[in-house]
Ligand binder design. Sequence first.
Ligand code: ZN
Ligand code: ZN
Length: 152
Amino acid sequence: MSLDRCPCGSSLLFDACCGRYVQGGLLAPDPASLMRSRYTAFCRNDIAYLKATWHPETYPEDLGSEEASNWIKLEIIDSFEEGDEGEVEFKASLIFGDKLEILHELSYFDKIDGRWLYHSGDFQNENEKPQKIAKSAPCPCGSGKTFKQCHF
Ligand SMILES: [Zn+2]
Ligand SMILES: [Zn+2]
């Protein structure tokens, strides 16, 4: 039992939110829930869950070698499903060194044998450069502290 808030930003506890899928063995019922749970798995560096929810055709074999990233925020912009196909548009923010990077992606999902799987995605902001964060600025994670006191 964990009393941590879910990293996906739902304001629910992890166990009551993405934890049901990431650890509890339930299947995410729709593409948006799967997207949230995969974001949470990225935050927790849960490679096994990412692999289990990735379409085998597109799973990158080198995924496990990456270090956990400093993901700070997920925003689901839109989601859609029809039959065995779904799409989710989202923005995920991460802090990389002293820069804020926002990944804006349109992701494609397929339902196979009753499980939603991430297939692939198209970046929507490829030309946007990461923004440097001033040390005295409010931390982009929303903690209320300055960047220097928080994620720096
Ligand atoms: Zn969650
Ligand atoms: Zn912070």
